[in-house]
Design a protein around this ligand. Structure first.
Ligand code: KE4
Length: 425
């Protein structure tokens, strides 16, 4: 029996589903999850000591590749000085200064331990700042698992959210409007009807949780102008895109100044660190300054801060994001060529260190279009690539992630593996 299977069966005895986050259980693709024994650079080795070229990279944090020596050393050096204090440290100021330097829209920032905490806190802050209850999100965008965000589009015009998870009372989602990504008319109609009641709009500025889906320029502009016009807070959830699609994040690519930004993944360099920040007048409402409560025992943890600071400094090396973006684009183009050669309808896209591939004849622009992709074919491709030693996201509704450790040679190897895999499915 494979050691992965042995561990999976053993894990299920003491951990629900054998995993600590649902997507890791291979639910959409079937088969046995690979239990990681160690990872380095672009690779990880599973419990059977099989090597995989990793295009998940912890769902975004591993932008430098796994176990970058400078990041590991920073954590080791921090650890010998103590793991957690529950008191302020200079490192927290340093990383806050770094974030504010890189993101002009962020005048003040609060560190937390997960993306869920960041978005939950940002929404509470937007509600406290505006005194309004309604929030707007978009179908297919994921912002973590806080109650008011676990919603699916309701029926009818106003699309008030219905809980998408057990254990979420309808009262927790009745103030959440779920609109369609890239639907400018629906957004305008909603603001026309309810604009003075909307506390905030939260979106993935480049979506990565319904596969990779980019916003139209018109949608981006409408979001900023309508929120400004109606006094609603615009929250760019950059937990995934933050410092991955560019040094100024998606907001830099869009030329948009959001009111609040949430960050995670890359900003923590693989350790539990996330953040929310933005306009000083809004952030002034957060305790202890204001009446919007937010707190965390491990917020600003010194080891997480050390990993995050080391990572933020390394990604500022000249040409880092240009190279990363070129590598992802090369992969996307190569996958499309391989699919064409195999006669398999597949399109691809990329931005910065993110890429998407869709078993469809066009790149989707919405959740509805993303669900039209050929899931059975995705599953077959996923497993064929696993056999080739390439680890892709185990869901058709996830983006792929490159790192600076994915060299041109490794990208070429991946494209060749895809050619062999596509010929078999
Ligand atoms: P966490 O609470 O998982 O740190 O972050 C939640 C979150 C918030 N916002 C965005 C845009 C996100 O992508 C995420 C988390 N991303 C998923 C990957 N699709 C995490 C993987 C998982 O759930 O195991």
């Amino acid at each position: 029996m494979s050691r992965n299977l042995e561990l999976f069966e053993r894990g299920k005895q003491v951990i629900p589903g054998g995993v600590n986050s649902p997507v890791r259980a291979f639910g959409q693709v079937g088969g046995t999850p690979r239990f990681v024994k160690r990872a380095e650079g672009a690779y990880f080795w599973d419990a059977d000591d099989k090597q995989y070229l990793d295009y998940v990279g912890s769902w975004g944090p591993a932008i430098l590749g796994h176990a970058h020596p400078d990041v590991v050393k920073a954590v080791q050096d921090a650890a010998v000085g103590g793991l957690s204090f529950g008191a302020p440290t200079e490192g927290e100021i340093e990383i806050a200064e770094e974030i504010c330097k890189l993101l002009p829209s962020v005048q003040q920032v609060r560190l937390v331990s997960s993306g869920t905490e960041a978005t939950m806190s940002a929404i509470r802050l937007a509600r406290g700042f505006t005194g309004r209850d309604l929030i707007v999100k978009f179908e297919g965008c994921y912002h973590g698992h806080s109650d008011s965000l676990l919603v699916k589009a309701g029926s009818g015009l106003l699309t008030f959210g219905n809980p998408s998870s057990g254990g979420v009372p309808a009262d927790c989602t009745k103030h959440t409007l779920v609109l369609q990504y890239n639907d400018v008319q629906q957004l305008a109609d909603t603001f026309k009807e309810l604009g003075d009641k909307i506390a905030c709009v939260i979106l993935e500025p480049i979506a990565g949780n319904m596969n990779l889906i980019k916003p139209s320029a018109e949608f981006v502009q409408a979001l900023r102008s309508l929120t400004e016009q109606h006094g609603a807070v615009l929250i760019y959830d950059e937990v995934m895109t933050g410092f991955r699609v560019g040094l100024q994040c998606a907001q830099g690519l869009h030329g948009i100044t959001p009111d609040l930004t949430t960050l995670g993944k890359v900003v923590g360099g693989g350790m539990p660190l996330a953040a929310f920040g933005g306009r000083a007048d809004i952030m002034a409402k957060i305790a202890p300054l204001g009446n919007v409560y937010q707190a965390g025992t491990l917020s600003g943890n010194p080891l997480s801060v050390a990993a995050g600071l080391a990572t933020l400094r390394l990604i500022q090396q000249p040409g880092f994001h240009d190279t990363l973006g070129q590598r992802s684009a090369r992969l996307a183009a190569g996958l499309a060529d391989a699919a064409r050669a195999a006669g398999v309808p597949m399109t691809t896209d990329s931005v910065g260190g993110m890429f998407g591939f869709y078993f469809s004849d066009r790149v989707p622009t919405s959740y509805a279009e993303a669900t039209q992709c050929d899931i059975p074919r995705f599953k077959a491709f996923f497993h064929a690539m696993l056999e080739e030693g390439v680890y892709l996201a185990p869901s058709a509704y996830e983006a792929g992630f490159t790192s600076i450790a994915h060299t041109d040679a490794l990208i070429d190897d991946t494209i060749a593996a895809a050619g062999r895999a596509l010929a078999r499915i």
